[in-house]
Design a protein around this ligand. Sequence first.
Ligand SMILES: Cc1cc2nc3c(=O)[nH]c(=O)nc-3n(C[C@H](O)[C@H](O)[C@H](O)COP(=O)(O)OP(=O)(O)OC[C@H]3O[C@@H](n4cnc5c(N)ncnc54)[C@H](O)[C@@H]3O)c2cc1C
Ligand SMILES: *[C@@H]1O[C@H](CO)[C@@H](O)[C@H](O)[C@H]1NC(C)=O
Ligand SMILES: *[C@@H]1O[C@H](CO)[C@@H](O)[C@H](O)[C@H]1NC(C)=O
Ligand SMILES: *[C@@H]1O[C@H](CO)[C@@H](O)[C@H](O)[C@H]1NC(C)=O
Ligand SMILES: *[C@@H]1O[C@H](CO)[C@@H](O)[C@H](O)[C@H]1NC(C)=O
Length: 341
Amino acid sequence: MTKVKIAVVGAGLIGLSTAVCISESIPGCSVTVIADRFTPNTTSDVAAGILIPHVYPGTPVHQQKQWFRETFDYLLGICNSSQASEAGVHLVSGWQIFKTVPEEKTPFWSDVVLGFRSMTEKEMKKFPQHKFGQAFTTLKCDCPPYLLWLEKRLKENGGHVHARKIEDMWELHSDYDIIVNCSGLGSRKLMNDQEIHPIRGQVLKVHAPWIRHFIRDGSGLTYIYPGVHDITLGGTRQKDNWNLSPDPNTSKGILSRCCALEPSLHAARDVKVKVGLRPTRSAVRLQKEVLVRGSEKLPVIHNYGHSSGGFSVHQGTAREATWLIKEYVAALEMSSCKAKL
Ligand SMILES: Cc1cc2nc3c(=O)[nH]c(=O)nc-3n(C[C@H](O)[C@H](O)[C@H](O)COP(=O)(O)OP(=O)(O)OC[C@H]3O[C@@H](n4cnc5c(N)ncnc54)[C@H](O)[C@@H]3O)c2cc1C
Ligand SMILES: *[C@@H]1O[C@H](CO)[C@@H](O)[C@H](O)[C@H]1NC(C)=O
Ligand SMILES: *[C@@H]1O[C@H](CO)[C@@H](O)[C@H](O)[C@H]1NC(C)=O
Ligand SMILES: *[C@@H]1O[C@H](CO)[C@@H](O)[C@H](O)[C@H]1NC(C)=O
Ligand SMILES: *[C@@H]1O[C@H](CO)[C@@H](O)[C@H](O)[C@H]1NC(C)=O
Protein backbone atom coordinates (compact mmCIF):
# COMPACT_ATOMS: atom_id res chain seq x y z
CA MET A 1 0.00 0.00 0.00
CA THR A 2 1.13 3.63 -0.43
CA LYS A 3 2.75 5.42 2.49
CA VAL A 4 0.40 6.67 5.18
CA LYS A 5 0.84 10.45 5.23
CA ILE A 6 0.78 12.05 8.65
CA ALA A 7 0.71 15.81 9.31
CA VAL A 8 1.66 17.05 12.78
CA VAL A 9 0.36 20.60 13.40
CA GLY A 10 2.73 22.41 15.80
CA ALA A 11 6.51 22.73 16.05
CA GLY A 12 6.82 23.36 19.77
CA LEU A 13 8.03 20.73 22.18
CA ILE A 14 4.88 18.61 21.84
CA GLY A 15 4.66 18.63 18.02
CA LEU A 16 8.36 17.87 17.49
CA SER A 17 8.60 15.16 20.15
CA THR A 18 5.44 13.49 18.82
CA ALA A 19 6.71 13.67 15.22
CA VAL A 20 10.06 12.10 16.20
CA CYS A 21 8.31 9.33 18.12
CA ILE A 22 6.04 8.55 15.13
CA SER A 23 8.99 8.54 12.71
CA GLU A 24 10.83 6.05 14.94
CA SER A 25 7.96 3.72 15.74
CA ILE A 26 5.69 3.55 12.70
CA PRO A 27 7.65 2.18 9.76
CA GLY A 28 6.65 3.14 6.26
CA CYS A 29 4.76 6.34 7.03
CA SER A 30 5.75 9.89 6.10
CA VAL A 31 5.68 12.60 8.77
CA THR A 32 5.42 16.34 8.11
CA VAL A 33 5.43 19.00 10.81
CA ILE A 34 3.41 22.09 9.86
CA ALA A 35 3.48 25.24 11.99
CA ASP A 36 3.44 29.00 11.81
CA ARG A 37 6.10 29.35 14.51
CA PHE A 38 9.36 27.44 14.92
CA THR A 39 12.18 27.60 17.44
CA PRO A 40 13.21 30.14 18.80
CA ASN A 41 9.70 31.65 18.49
CA THR A 42 7.47 29.11 20.30
CA THR A 43 6.18 29.02 23.88
CA SER A 44 8.46 26.04 24.42
CA ASP A 45 11.47 28.30 23.81
CA VAL A 46 10.51 30.58 26.71
CA ALA A 47 10.19 27.73 29.22
CA ALA A 48 12.85 26.84 31.76
CA GLY A 49 12.40 23.22 30.69
CA ILE A 50 12.91 21.69 34.12
CA LEU A 51 11.36 18.31 34.94
CA ILE A 52 9.20 19.01 38.00
CA PRO A 53 5.63 17.83 37.39
CA HIS A 54 2.73 20.22 37.19
CA VAL A 55 -0.46 18.62 38.53
CA TYR A 56 -3.28 18.17 35.96
CA PRO A 57 -6.49 18.05 38.03
CA GLY A 58 -8.39 16.30 35.21
CA THR A 59 -5.91 13.43 34.63
CA PRO A 60 -5.59 10.41 36.96
CA VAL A 61 -2.43 10.62 39.07
CA HIS A 62 -1.16 7.16 37.99
CA GLN A 63 -1.36 8.35 34.37
CA GLN A 64 0.55 11.56 35.14
CA LYS A 65 3.16 9.57 37.02
CA GLN A 66 3.61 7.15 34.13
CA TRP A 67 4.08 10.02 31.64
CA PHE A 68 6.59 11.64 33.98
CA ARG A 69 8.51 8.41 34.56
CA GLU A 70 8.71 7.62 30.82
CA THR A 71 9.93 11.16 30.10
CA PHE A 72 12.43 11.21 32.96
CA ASP A 73 13.95 7.82 32.14
CA TYR A 74 14.13 8.63 28.42
CA LEU A 75 15.94 11.93 29.06
CA LEU A 76 18.18 10.31 31.66
CA GLY A 77 19.31 7.96 28.89
CA ILE A 78 20.05 10.90 26.57
CA CYS A 79 21.84 12.71 29.39
CA ASN A 80 23.99 9.60 29.88
CA SER A 81 24.94 9.46 26.16
CA SER A 82 27.28 11.31 23.81
CA GLN A 83 24.21 13.27 22.57
CA ALA A 84 23.70 15.14 25.87
CA SER A 85 25.56 18.31 24.93
CA GLU A 86 23.92 18.77 21.53
CA ALA A 87 20.47 17.92 22.91
CA GLY A 88 20.97 20.37 25.79
CA VAL A 89 19.84 17.83 28.41
CA HIS A 90 21.54 17.94 31.81
CA LEU A 91 21.10 16.93 35.44
CA VAL A 92 20.50 19.63 38.02
CA SER A 93 20.20 19.37 41.80
CA GLY A 94 18.44 21.76 44.08
CA TRP A 95 15.75 22.66 46.53
CA GLN A 96 12.00 23.18 46.53
CA ILE A 97 11.06 25.25 49.56
CA PHE A 98 7.73 26.03 51.25
CA LYS A 99 6.53 28.87 53.46
CA THR A 100 3.89 26.58 54.94
CA VAL A 101 4.42 22.84 55.30
CA PRO A 102 2.54 21.15 52.38
CA GLU A 103 -0.12 18.52 53.11
CA GLU A 104 1.78 16.00 51.03
CA LYS A 105 5.40 16.11 52.12
CA THR A 106 6.27 13.37 49.64
CA PRO A 107 4.79 14.13 46.18
CA PHE A 108 3.70 11.35 43.78
CA TRP A 109 6.82 11.86 41.67
CA SER A 110 9.36 11.57 44.51
CA ASP A 111 10.58 8.10 43.47
CA VAL A 112 11.03 9.13 39.82
CA VAL A 113 13.56 11.93 40.41
CA LEU A 114 16.93 11.06 41.95
CA GLY A 115 17.79 11.20 45.63
CA PHE A 116 14.55 12.76 46.89
CA ARG A 117 14.64 13.69 50.61
CA SER A 118 13.48 16.38 53.04
CA MET A 119 15.94 19.21 53.53
CA THR A 120 18.00 19.22 56.70
CA GLU A 121 17.79 21.90 59.38
CA LYS A 122 21.15 23.20 58.26
CA GLU A 123 19.99 23.52 54.64
CA MET A 124 16.80 25.32 55.76
CA LYS A 125 18.93 27.97 57.50
CA LYS A 126 19.55 29.59 54.11
CA PHE A 127 15.80 30.31 53.89
CA PRO A 128 14.57 31.82 57.17
CA GLN A 129 11.15 32.68 55.64
CA HIS A 130 10.51 29.02 54.72
CA LYS A 131 9.39 26.20 56.99
CA PHE A 132 10.01 23.08 54.93
CA GLY A 133 11.95 21.94 51.90
CA GLN A 134 12.66 19.05 49.54
CA ALA A 135 16.05 18.29 48.00
CA PHE A 136 16.40 16.25 44.80
CA THR A 137 18.20 15.90 41.48
CA THR A 138 16.19 16.22 38.30
CA LEU A 139 16.77 16.91 34.58
CA LYS A 140 16.50 20.06 32.53
CA CYS A 141 16.17 20.60 28.77
CA ASP A 142 17.81 23.71 27.42
CA CYS A 143 15.68 25.36 24.77
CA PRO A 144 16.21 26.16 21.88
CA PRO A 145 18.96 23.45 21.64
CA TYR A 146 16.56 20.66 22.59
CA LEU A 147 14.00 21.69 19.93
CA LEU A 148 16.74 22.00 17.28
CA TRP A 149 17.99 18.55 18.17
CA LEU A 150 14.45 17.08 17.85
CA GLU A 151 14.05 18.78 14.47
CA LYS A 152 17.36 17.34 13.31
CA ARG A 153 16.40 13.83 14.40
CA LEU A 154 13.07 14.12 12.62
CA LYS A 155 14.84 15.08 9.37
CA GLU A 156 17.36 12.25 9.78
CA ASN A 157 14.39 9.89 9.98
CA GLY A 158 13.02 11.24 6.70
CA GLY A 159 10.51 13.69 8.20
CA HIS A 160 9.74 17.14 6.79
CA VAL A 161 8.86 20.56 8.20
CA HIS A 162 6.70 23.27 6.57
CA ALA A 163 6.07 26.85 7.70
CA ARG A 164 2.39 27.55 7.25
CA LYS A 165 -0.55 28.80 9.28
CA ILE A 166 -3.56 26.47 9.34
CA GLU A 167 -6.95 28.18 9.54
CA ASP A 168 -8.98 24.99 9.33
CA MET A 169 -7.92 21.34 9.68
CA TRP A 170 -9.80 20.46 6.48
CA GLU A 171 -7.13 22.37 4.50
CA LEU A 172 -4.95 19.30 5.10
CA HIS A 173 -7.53 16.76 4.03
CA SER A 174 -6.44 16.30 0.42
CA ASP A 175 -2.73 15.86 1.24
CA TYR A 176 -2.70 13.83 4.46
CA ASP A 177 -4.37 10.70 5.86
CA ILE A 178 -4.04 11.55 9.56
CA ILE A 179 -3.66 14.88 11.37
CA VAL A 180 -1.97 15.14 14.76
CA ASN A 181 -3.05 18.24 16.62
CA CYS A 182 -0.17 19.61 18.72
CA SER A 183 -1.12 23.25 18.28
CA GLY A 184 -0.97 24.22 21.97
CA LEU A 185 -2.88 27.41 22.58
CA GLY A 186 -3.60 27.60 18.83
CA SER A 187 -6.17 24.90 19.54
CA ARG A 188 -8.50 27.47 21.00
CA LYS A 189 -9.22 28.82 17.53
CA LEU A 190 -8.29 25.83 15.45
CA MET A 191 -10.43 23.28 17.31
CA ASN A 192 -12.81 25.78 18.88
CA ASP A 193 -11.80 24.42 22.26
CA GLN A 194 -12.98 27.00 24.80
CA GLU A 195 -11.51 25.05 27.72
CA ILE A 196 -7.94 25.90 26.75
CA HIS A 197 -6.71 29.29 28.00
CA PRO A 198 -3.41 31.10 28.53
CA ILE A 199 -1.55 31.42 31.81
CA ARG A 200 0.99 34.12 31.11
CA GLY A 201 4.55 33.58 32.29
CA GLN A 202 7.24 36.24 32.28
CA VAL A 203 10.82 35.17 32.97
CA LEU A 204 14.33 36.63 32.92
CA LYS A 205 17.22 34.81 31.25
CA VAL A 206 20.43 35.99 32.89
CA HIS A 207 24.15 35.26 32.93
CA ALA A 208 25.25 34.09 36.42
CA PRO A 209 27.41 31.02 35.79
CA TRP A 210 28.38 30.61 39.46
CA ILE A 211 24.86 29.39 40.25
CA ARG A 212 24.58 25.61 39.89
CA HIS A 213 21.73 24.72 42.25
CA PHE A 214 18.05 25.26 41.42
CA ILE A 215 15.73 26.89 43.97
CA ARG A 216 11.96 26.79 43.54
CA ASP A 217 9.38 28.25 45.91
CA GLY A 218 6.61 25.64 46.22
CA SER A 219 4.04 28.29 45.20
CA GLY A 220 5.58 28.13 41.70
CA LEU A 221 5.85 31.92 41.65
CA THR A 222 9.57 32.31 42.31
CA TYR A 223 12.23 30.09 40.80
CA ILE A 224 15.90 30.00 39.82
CA TYR A 225 16.77 27.31 37.26
CA PRO A 226 20.38 27.14 36.03
CA GLY A 227 20.82 25.88 32.46
CA VAL A 228 23.78 25.33 30.15
CA HIS A 229 24.03 28.88 28.78
CA ASP A 230 21.90 30.96 31.11
CA ILE A 231 19.72 30.91 34.20
CA THR A 232 15.95 31.27 34.09
CA LEU A 233 14.49 33.48 36.83
CA GLY A 234 10.75 33.52 37.33
CA GLY A 235 8.06 34.10 37.31
CA THR A 236 4.39 34.90 36.95
CA ARG A 237 1.16 32.93 36.53
CA GLN A 238 -1.39 35.34 35.05
CA LYS A 239 -4.59 33.60 34.04
CA ASP A 240 -6.31 34.67 30.78
CA ASN A 241 -3.66 37.33 30.11
CA TRP A 242 -2.68 37.29 26.39
CA ASN A 243 -0.12 40.10 26.58
CA LEU A 244 3.19 39.00 25.03
CA SER A 245 4.99 42.28 25.81
CA PRO A 246 7.38 42.19 28.77
CA ASP A 247 6.32 44.35 31.70
CA PRO A 248 9.34 46.18 33.27
CA ASN A 249 7.74 46.40 36.71
CA THR A 250 7.16 42.64 36.68
CA SER A 251 10.82 42.09 35.78
CA LYS A 252 11.87 44.18 38.77
CA GLY A 253 9.62 42.13 41.02
CA ILE A 254 11.05 38.83 39.70
CA LEU A 255 14.62 39.97 40.24
CA SER A 256 13.96 41.17 43.77
CA ARG A 257 12.09 37.95 44.73
CA CYS A 258 14.95 35.82 43.32
CA CYS A 259 17.61 37.96 45.02
CA ALA A 260 15.81 37.44 48.33
CA LEU A 261 16.47 33.69 47.91
CA GLU A 262 19.89 34.01 46.27
CA PRO A 263 21.53 37.39 46.99
CA SER A 264 24.43 36.80 44.58
CA LEU A 265 21.95 37.32 41.71
CA HIS A 266 22.37 41.06 42.25
CA ALA A 267 25.51 40.60 40.15
CA ALA A 268 23.71 38.79 37.29
CA ARG A 269 24.41 40.25 33.83
CA ASP A 270 22.87 40.21 30.32
CA VAL A 271 19.29 40.26 31.56
CA LYS A 272 16.84 39.29 28.79
CA VAL A 273 13.08 39.30 29.36
CA LYS A 274 10.82 36.65 27.78
CA VAL A 275 7.09 36.06 27.89
CA GLY A 276 5.19 32.86 27.08
CA LEU A 277 1.56 31.78 27.31
CA ARG A 278 1.12 28.35 28.88
CA PRO A 279 -1.50 26.31 26.95
CA THR A 280 -3.63 25.50 29.97
CA ARG A 281 -6.43 22.97 30.41
CA SER A 282 -7.51 20.82 33.36
CA ALA A 283 -6.16 17.76 31.51
CA VAL A 284 -3.95 17.14 28.50
CA ARG A 285 -6.25 16.30 25.57
CA LEU A 286 -4.96 13.02 24.21
CA GLN A 287 -7.58 11.31 22.08
CA LYS A 288 -8.69 10.39 18.59
CA GLU A 289 -11.51 12.21 16.89
CA VAL A 290 -12.87 11.64 13.39
CA LEU A 291 -14.05 14.90 11.84
CA VAL A 292 -16.89 14.39 9.38
CA ARG A 293 -17.90 16.68 6.52
CA GLY A 294 -20.58 15.19 4.28
CA SER A 295 -19.20 11.83 3.15
CA GLU A 296 -15.58 12.80 3.95
CA LYS A 297 -13.73 11.81 7.08
CA LEU A 298 -10.60 13.30 8.63
CA PRO A 299 -9.00 11.47 11.57
CA VAL A 300 -7.36 13.81 14.09
CA ILE A 301 -5.24 12.69 17.04
CA HIS A 302 -5.17 15.44 19.68
CA ASN A 303 -2.14 16.03 21.88
CA TYR A 304 -2.34 19.49 23.43
CA GLY A 305 -2.99 21.44 26.64
CA HIS A 306 0.22 20.59 28.51
CA SER A 307 -0.14 23.72 30.68
CA SER A 308 2.86 24.45 32.92
CA GLY A 309 4.37 20.98 32.64
CA GLY A 310 5.02 20.10 28.99
CA PHE A 311 8.69 19.29 29.48
CA SER A 312 7.94 17.02 32.41
CA VAL A 313 5.61 14.71 30.46
CA HIS A 314 6.32 15.24 26.73
CA GLN A 315 7.86 11.84 25.95
CA GLY A 316 5.05 9.98 27.74
CA THR A 317 2.35 11.88 25.86
CA ALA A 318 4.24 11.53 22.54
CA ARG A 319 4.25 7.74 23.02
CA GLU A 320 0.56 7.65 23.84
CA ALA A 321 -0.30 9.75 20.78
CA THR A 322 1.89 7.47 18.63
CA TRP A 323 0.07 4.45 20.01
CA LEU A 324 -3.30 5.94 18.96
CA ILE A 325 -1.91 6.57 15.47
CA LYS A 326 -0.48 3.04 15.24
CA GLU A 327 -3.91 1.56 15.95
CA TYR A 328 -5.42 3.73 13.24
CA VAL A 329 -2.68 2.90 10.70
CA ALA A 330 -3.12 -0.82 11.41
CA ALA A 331 -6.84 -0.49 10.72
CA LEU A 332 -6.11 1.41 7.46
CA GLU A 333 -3.69 -1.30 6.30
CA MET A 334 -6.19 -3.99 7.15
CA SER A 335 -8.90 -2.35 5.08
CA SER A 336 -6.53 -1.78 2.15
CA CYS A 337 -5.53 -5.49 2.24
CA LYS A 338 -9.17 -6.45 2.18
CA ALA A 339 -9.75 -4.09 -0.75
CA LYS A 340 -6.98 -5.86 -2.71
CA LEU A 341 -8.51 -9.27 -2.01
C1 LIG B 1 7.48 31.06 31.43
C2 LIG B 1 7.24 29.58 31.23
C3 LIG B 1 8.04 28.65 31.88
C4 LIG B 1 7.81 27.28 31.74
N1 LIG B 1 8.64 26.41 32.38
C5 LIG B 1 8.42 25.07 32.27
C6 LIG B 1 9.28 24.14 32.93
O1 LIG B 1 10.27 24.52 33.58
N2 LIG B 1 8.99 22.81 32.84
C7 LIG B 1 7.91 22.36 32.13
O2 LIG B 1 7.67 21.15 32.09
N3 LIG B 1 7.10 23.22 31.46
C8 LIG B 1 7.33 24.56 31.52
N4 LIG B 1 6.51 25.44 30.84
C9 LIG B 1 5.38 24.89 30.07
C10 LIG B 1 5.81 24.47 28.67
O3 LIG B 1 6.48 25.55 28.06
C11 LIG B 1 4.58 24.07 27.84
O4 LIG B 1 3.86 23.04 28.49
C12 LIG B 1 5.03 23.54 26.46
O5 LIG B 1 5.98 24.42 25.89
C13 LIG B 1 3.86 23.39 25.53
O6 LIG B 1 4.36 22.98 24.28
P1 LIG B 1 3.48 22.96 22.96
O7 LIG B 1 4.32 22.33 21.91
O8 LIG B 1 2.14 22.38 23.26
O9 LIG B 1 3.18 24.52 22.64
P2 LIG B 1 4.00 25.61 21.79
O10 LIG B 1 5.44 25.60 22.14
O11 LIG B 1 3.23 26.87 21.99
O12 LIG B 1 3.86 25.14 20.30
C14 LIG B 1 2.66 25.28 19.56
C15 LIG B 1 2.97 25.13 18.10
O13 LIG B 1 1.73 25.09 17.37
C16 LIG B 1 1.80 25.98 16.28
N5 LIG B 1 0.45 26.41 15.93
C17 LIG B 1 -0.55 26.80 16.76
N6 LIG B 1 -1.65 27.13 16.05
C18 LIG B 1 -1.33 26.96 14.74
C19 LIG B 1 -2.03 27.13 13.52
N7 LIG B 1 -3.28 27.56 13.50
N8 LIG B 1 -1.37 26.85 12.35
C20 LIG B 1 -0.10 26.42 12.36
N9 LIG B 1 0.61 26.22 13.50
C21 LIG B 1 0.00 26.49 14.65
C22 LIG B 1 2.71 27.10 16.78
O14 LIG B 1 3.23 27.84 15.69
C23 LIG B 1 3.78 26.29 17.51
O15 LIG B 1 4.72 25.79 16.59
C24 LIG B 1 6.74 26.82 30.93
C25 LIG B 1 5.97 27.74 30.23
C26 LIG B 1 6.21 29.11 30.36
C27 LIG B 1 5.37 30.08 29.58
C1 LIG C 1 11.40 34.24 14.62
O1 LIG C 1 10.78 35.53 14.66
C2 LIG C 1 11.58 36.57 14.13
C3 LIG C 1 10.87 37.88 14.39
O2 LIG C 1 9.52 37.83 14.01
C4 LIG C 1 11.81 36.31 12.63
O3 LIG C 1 12.61 37.32 12.05
C5 LIG C 1 12.52 34.95 12.48
O4 LIG C 1 12.66 34.63 11.11
C6 LIG C 1 11.72 33.85 13.19
N1 LIG C 1 12.50 32.61 13.17
C7 LIG C 1 12.03 31.46 12.69
C8 LIG C 1 12.95 30.29 12.71
O5 LIG C 1 10.88 31.34 12.27
C1 LIG D 1 24.73 4.94 31.39
O1 LIG D 1 25.78 4.64 30.48
C2 LIG D 1 26.50 3.45 30.79
C3 LIG D 1 27.67 3.35 29.81
O2 LIG D 1 27.21 3.50 28.49
C4 LIG D 1 25.55 2.26 30.69
O3 LIG D 1 26.23 1.05 30.99
C5 LIG D 1 24.41 2.47 31.66
O4 LIG D 1 23.45 1.42 31.56
C6 LIG D 1 23.70 3.81 31.38
N1 LIG D 1 22.68 4.06 32.38
C7 LIG D 1 21.53 4.69 32.10
C8 LIG D 1 20.56 4.91 33.23
O5 LIG D 1 21.24 5.09 30.98
C1 LIG E 1 -6.77 21.19 17.54
O1 LIG E 1 -7.66 20.97 18.60
C2 LIG E 1 -8.35 22.12 19.02
C3 LIG E 1 -9.21 21.75 20.19
O2 LIG E 1 -10.18 20.81 19.85
C4 LIG E 1 -9.21 22.70 17.90
O3 LIG E 1 -9.80 23.91 18.27
C5 LIG E 1 -8.32 22.90 16.67
O4 LIG E 1 -9.14 23.23 15.57
C6 LIG E 1 -7.53 21.63 16.36
N1 LIG E 1 -6.65 21.90 15.28
C7 LIG E 1 -6.68 21.18 14.21
C8 LIG E 1 -5.67 21.58 13.18
O5 LIG E 1 -7.48 20.21 14.09
C1 LIG F 1 4.71 46.63 40.35
O1 LIG F 1 4.81 45.29 40.79
C2 LIG F 1 4.52 45.09 42.17
C3 LIG F 1 4.74 43.62 42.48
O2 LIG F 1 6.01 43.20 42.09
C4 LIG F 1 3.09 45.52 42.46
O3 LIG F 1 2.83 45.36 43.82
C5 LIG F 1 2.89 46.95 42.00
O4 LIG F 1 1.52 47.27 42.14
C6 LIG F 1 3.30 47.13 40.55
N1 LIG F 1 3.21 48.52 40.17
C7 LIG F 1 2.68 48.92 39.01
C8 LIG F 1 2.71 50.39 38.72
O5 LIG F 1 2.22 48.11 38.19
